[in-house]
Write a protein of this length. Structure first.
Lengths: 460, 78
């Protein structure tokens, strides 16, 4: 069914991004918003806007009944969930389709399978995608545990099968320590969770975060190469690139092909991402999870492939088949994205909502700024701190770094603190220039460079 | 003399450390300087609201889970 009117069930920069894609396709748009977002850029840009509740996301953006009522009242025939909020809520996906509307995303059942860590791991293994080595399930017999541990290798984690949220985990470094710890871990698990069952998983030390973008139409899938998102703070990505500067070409081929196999094996429809840990010391990669939505960092993939991912996902949802064969997808140059957040790097990233008193958006060749900011806009305190994403493309990585440095210097956001000073330091850092980083690199770097962040902030 | 505890930040005010836990303070409770009386969630990060005066709580003008502005009165003390 061709989509005529698309409801955007999100806010911020991604709502703006989706409205732009819809407009280019000749589709009318409905922005749903909380009371706190009545002045948002998405509300101003959409053809229609509907207030769906109070500021708290639980009472507005997460309120399924209110979103569906807004679709019914405006005559929208499709819903795009963006990322976050209801994007990976299988019940919502089902409810949208049950209401006779088009859901811009994978089927609810696909979200259910890939959202469950154990089910996703099984699906990945079946499709030939490498997973973090571990016991296939729970282990109750000590002799069996010993054999499995030796097969996995050390260090490894002993986890309580009934545990969760980091509880009941111990890391052991050799077989002697393992044999000492297993009875203890089992007894503790029995005491804490009334279940002595354990399972084992290899500890992946210094690894890079590499993820593969895929597009599927429910039958056929293609990949659009990978992104690397190793620069993270508190497990949140702050800087993303495409392609990964660390992946040898042969490995790229293997990684991306396995992602396509997994996507096709679950009949994936829409845009999705398979996340992996990549250990560049050993050359091994391990599947972590699949995100069944468009991701924040999708623009770097768009910049190196020339494919508009948001537009394609809307076309596929509207019933079109994939318009590309794998051979049509080529990658060119290098793209980098930095997240500009309303946080103060000189004060331990304390968030600072406020009113935009000045805004200078960088321009020129190869520069893109996806944002929901405008002069005079008041950033509400109720949602995440992402203000915009500065993205650059250039012929190669060194040129992209220089272009990013130039674009960051042009960017000015007045009225609140931003993470721009952090990125100005990173873009000129020698380790970053060599891409010599991993997922636990940034946090110690921040501690070591706290004085520079403070000094730069004070001088601006 | 009545004293007020103000929100240091704009955000969402929580009177409980977690939804399934009791409130930090209730009406009639004694408060010492430095006691936690609630949390303000701003952009998904949580900040403790500390009492900057001592006394007995006589009112919570802001409800649990209510959006508040910086400088808004969260608790009144006697």
């Amino acid at each position: 069914m061709a989509i005529r009117k698309l409801l955007v069930a999100n806010r911020g920069e991604i709502a703006v991004r989706i409205i732009r894609a819809a407009r280019e396709l000749g589709i009318r748009t409905v922005a749903v918003h909380s009371l706190a977002d009545a002045d948002s850029l998405a509300v101003r840009m959409a053809d229609e806007a509907v207030n769906i509740g109070p500021p708290a996301a639980s009472k507005s953006y997460l309120n399924i009944a209110a979103v569906l009522a807004a679709a019914r009242d405006t005559g929208a025939d499709a819903i795009h969930p963006g990322y976050g909020f209801l994007a990976e809520n299988a019940e919502f996906a089902d409810a949208v389709e049950a209401a006779g509307l088009v859901w811009v995303g994978p089927r609810g059942d696909t979200i259910r399978v890939m959202g469950d860590k154990v089910a996703a791991r099984i699906a990945a293994e079946a499709a030939g995608v490498p997973v973090v080595p571990g016991s296939a399930g729970r282990i109750d017999d000590p002799e069996q545990a010993r054999a499995v541990a030796l097969a996995i290798g050390f260090p490894l984690m002993i986890k309580a099968a009934a545990g969760g949220g980091g509880r009941g985990i111990r890391i052991v470094h050799d077989i002697a320590e393992f044999e000492r710890m297993v009875p203890q871990a089992s007894a503790e698990a029995r005491a804490a969770f009334a279940d002595g069952g354990l399972y084992l998983e290899k500890v992946i030390g210094q690894a890079r975060h590499v993820e593969v973008q895929i597009l599927g139409d429910g039958e056929r899938a293609i990949h659009l190469f990978e992104r690397e998102c190793s620069l993270q703070r508190r497990r949140q990505k702050v800087w993303e690139e495409a392609p990964s500067p660390a992946l040898p070409p042969g490995m790229r081929e293997t990684l991306c092909r396995s992602a396509v196999a997994l996507a096709e094996s679950v009949g994936y429809r829409g845009a999705g991402t398979l996340e992996y840990l990549f250990d560049d010391a050993t050359g091994h990669f391990y599947f972590i999870e699949m995100n069944t939505r468009i991701q924040v960092e999708h623009p770097v993939t768009e910049m190196i492939t020339g494919v508009d991912l948001v537009r394609e996902m809307i076309r596929i949802a509207g019933g079109e088949k994939l318009r590309f064969a794998q051979a049509d997808i080529a990658m060119k140059g290098h793209a980098i994205e930095v997240r500009i957040c309303a946080e103060d790097p000189s004060r331990n990233f304390q968030p600072g909502p406020g009113t935009i008193s000045g805004l200078v958006v960088p321009g020129g060749a190869g520069v893109r700024f996806d944002t929901m900011l405008y002069q005079g806009y008041t950033v509400p305190p109720f949602y995440d701190s992402l203000l915009g994403k500065l993205i650059v493309w250039d012929e190669d990585r060194p040129a992209a770094l220089r272009r990013m440095a130039r674009a960051l210097d042009e960017l000015q956001v007045g009225g609140l603190p931003t993470t721009k000073p952090l990125h100005q330091l990173l873009v000129r850092d020698s380790a970053v220039a060599q891409a010599a980083f991993h997922t636990r690199w940034l946090e110690p770097w921040l501690e070591g460079n706290a004085h520079l962040l403070g000094a730069r902030e004070a001088s601006e | 003399m009545a004293k007020e505890i103000l929100s240091p930040l704009p955000g969402t005010f929580y009177r409980r450390p977690a939804p399934d836990q009791p409130a930090f303070k209730n009406l009639g409770d004694a408060v010492a300087v430095g006691d936690v009386i609630g949390l303000i969630e701003v952009m998904k990060s949580f900040h403790e609201v500390l009492a900057d005066a001592a006394g007995t709580i006589t009112a919570f003008p802001a409800d649990d889970e209510e959006p508040v502005m910086a400088g808004q009165v969260l608790a009144e003390l006697d």
